[in-house]
Design a protein around this ligand. Structure first.
Ligand code: NDP
Length: 285
């Protein structure tokens, strides 16, 4: 249901629109895509897996889930990836992040069949990603762009600030914003340690925060009229909260995503969209 407050960007409504488009696309296809999902046994991963299974089922996308304990080793992950890479009936592979600390995500990305890599993390995709030209890109980064696009605001020449520079969120978001001609600054832990985070955030007409620290961005820092996209998911006092002080930020922003109900549902739908895209690529479309 759309949010009553027009400043709150309703991720569920955006996800629903994408779902309707995917449904139409899949309606004409006799065969359906199958997505293999490797998750780890922790509450965040299990919640995400549940949402992925639910949306896949409602679109007729097959799911082959495999959940590993947090003690899983690199060889265990490799075993499933090898098996899914070889299986012609699996069209997409998604590995949940963060992985347990004994597993090196950099090595895992290289083990994926690039044609089945739903997050676009295989090294073969990195150049296209750098130029924001990947046919299959980071699901979260694409979700952020969908939400910004839903505001109808033209990004050309706008001051965009991204907080966080991870491989699957901050960096690809930065490249996609640059591709839309926004003047883009990427902040990270060094920016904060230099005491300059607030100064950058205050300039932002478009602010994307993807750190994973509850309410670290203060509402008072938000530039009046800004678009604020909060990617962060944190559990604090039994509640899920974002990286931005929501109420105080909302009072100043033109648009803001809530947590939960903002980036999350759109990201899940982008996983489905990328699965369909990988399926089409493998069918030669
Ligand atoms: P990572 O831990 O991989 O990256 C966090 C980033 O934040 C790093 O680039 C880090 O910089 C930076 N950072 C850490 N501390 C600070 C600081 N004090 N000031 C500025 N930057 C800082 O996380 P992800 O990118 O994978 O995820 C970020 C958040 O988004 C998490 O809460 C995650 O749960 C959530 N998430 C939500 C999704 C959704 O669909 N809503 C999907 C994916 C993630 P450095 O490397 O220099 O330390």
């Amino acid at each position: 249901m759309p949010s009553a407050d027009s400043r709150v960007l309703d991720g569920r409504a955006v996800a629903q629109r994408i779902k309707t488009e995917l449904r139409q696309e899949l309606a004409t296809s006799i065969n359906k895509p199958v997505l293999a999902i490797l998750s780890f046994q922790n509450p965040a991963s299990e919640m995400y897996l549940k949402a992925q299974k639910r949306e896949a089922a409602s679109l007729g996308i097959g799911v082959e889930p495999q959940s590993l304990p947090m003690s899983a080793r690199q060889e265990d992950v490799k075993h499933y990836l090898d098996q899914w890479n070889r299986n012609r009936n699996i069209h997409g592979i998604f590995v949940h992040q963060p992985m347990p600390e004994q597993i090196d995500p950099g090595q895992i990305s290289g083990l994926l069949d690039p044609r089945k890599d739903i997050e676009g993390i295989h090294p073969q995709h990195s150049v296209r990603r750098f130029f924001a030209r990947a046919r299959i890109g980071s699901c979260t980064a694409l979700a952020v762009m969908e939400l910004i696009e839903a505001t109808g605001v033209d990004l050309a020449g706008k001051e965009a600030v991204v907080v966080g520079h991870s491989e699957i969120v901050g960096r690809p978001v930065g490249m996609l914003l640059l591709d839309k001609s926004a003047t883009t600054t990427i902040c990270h832990v060094g920016t904060d340690q230099a005491g300059r985070l607030e100064e950058h955030v205050r300039r932002a007409e478009i602010l994307v925060v993807a750190v994973g620290r509850p309410r670290m961005i203060k509402g008072a820092w938000i530039r009046p009229g800004a678009i604020v996209i909060d990617v962060g998911i944190n559990v604090q006092g039994g509640h899920v909260v974002g990286d931005v002080e929501f109420e105080a930020a909302k009072a100043r922003a033109a648009f803001i995503t809530p947590v939960p109900g903002g980036v999350g549902p759109v990201t899940v739908m982008m996983v489905m969209k990328n699965t369909v895209e990988a399926f089409k690529l493998q069918q030669g479309a």
